[in-house]
Design a binder for this molecule. Structure first.
Ligand code: G3P
Ligand code: MG
Length: 264
């Protein structure tokens, strides 16, 4: 059975990287949710994908003189004052609101959704007895040297979330290796092709799970890696036919904005 990994939560049906998107993905039966951790100006951990928060919050209304500065220049209190849900009604990324796939009541509930803290994400995952794939992304200035591994492990210990509810993924392999040295019990997954110049190299023996950008390779090339014994979780697979093809070649999981499209 393929593992269904809801990319930024159920991103097609709810505002990405919010607790509402996570809950939606859980209701849809996803096996995990994937999210991106971001460091605030005051060294707090929140969930955010884009460096600038323009697309997924009302930062342009609240701090017009500061956009498009990165999230790393805003304090936690400033980020928590933003509305990370209302944008979805008018700008949902896959036209699912116009298609009638999102209920009116659900849409109304998204308004006012906050940017979650990582603590809240951990706590929700535990409450639901669910599983989180936490992506450790390179942080924008001035937090580019922030010790993200240390911070996420300390928080995980504080909240008592362990390897049965949490794994880590990253395109920065050195972070994953440091993390594994400190905590060998946690699973780590190497992301390939996050940036166009990144090599699609599956040969680092440290990893047995790779999360490749599937568009960089043919289905046959992916199959070759599966046949060599690697576990693959390609991203971000939304197309029905591609979902079926990748299940057919035996990928371990699918990172998708449409967990509702993956047959269970
Ligand atoms: O985990 C894979 C995927 O999340 C990487 O892409 O940019 O959506 O975080 P991105
Ligand atoms: Mg991600």
């Amino acid at each position: 059975m393929v593992t269904v990994i809801a990319h930024r939560g159920a991103r097609s049906l709810a505002p990405e990287n919010t607790l509402a998107a996570a809950r939606k993905a859980h209701r849809l039966g996803a096996d995990l949710w994937e999210t991106d951790v971001a460091v605030t100006a005051d060294d707090q951990l929140v969930l955010m994908h884009d460096d600038a928060m323009i697309r997924t919050t009302n930062v342009s209304d609240i701090f017009p003189e500061r956009v498009p500065a990165a999230f790393s220049t805003y304090s936690l209190a400033e980020i928590r004052s933003l509305d990370a849900g209302s944008w979805f009604e008018h700008d949902d990324p896959f036209g699912q609101v116009a298609a009638g796939a999102v209920g009116r009541q659900e849409l109304a509930r998204y308004a006012g959704e906050k940017v979650p803290t990582l603590r809240e994400a951990f706590e929700l995952t535990l409450v639901l007895d669910w599983f989180l794939n936490l992506e450790l992304k390179a942080q924008p200035l001035p937090k580019n040297d922030f010790d993200l591994v240390d911070a996420v492990l300390n928080l995980a210990d504080e909240v008592s979330i362990g390897p049965d509810h949490l794994l880590f993924s990253s395109a920065r392999f050195s972070w994953l290796k440091t993390l594994k040295q400190r905590r060998p019990d946690f699973e780590v997954q190497a992301i390939l092709g996050l940036f166009p110049e990144d090599p699609m190299d599956f040969t680092d023996p440290f990893f047995d799970t790779f999360n490749p950008r599937y568009t960089r390779l043919s289905v046959d090339q992916l199959k070759r890696q599966v046949d060599l014994g690697l576990k693959l979780n390609p991203f971000t697979v939304n197309d029905d036919k591609m979902i079926a093809s990748l299940i057919e070649v035996g990928v371990a999981g699918l990172i998708t904005d449409f967990p509702q499209r993956v047959p269970k």
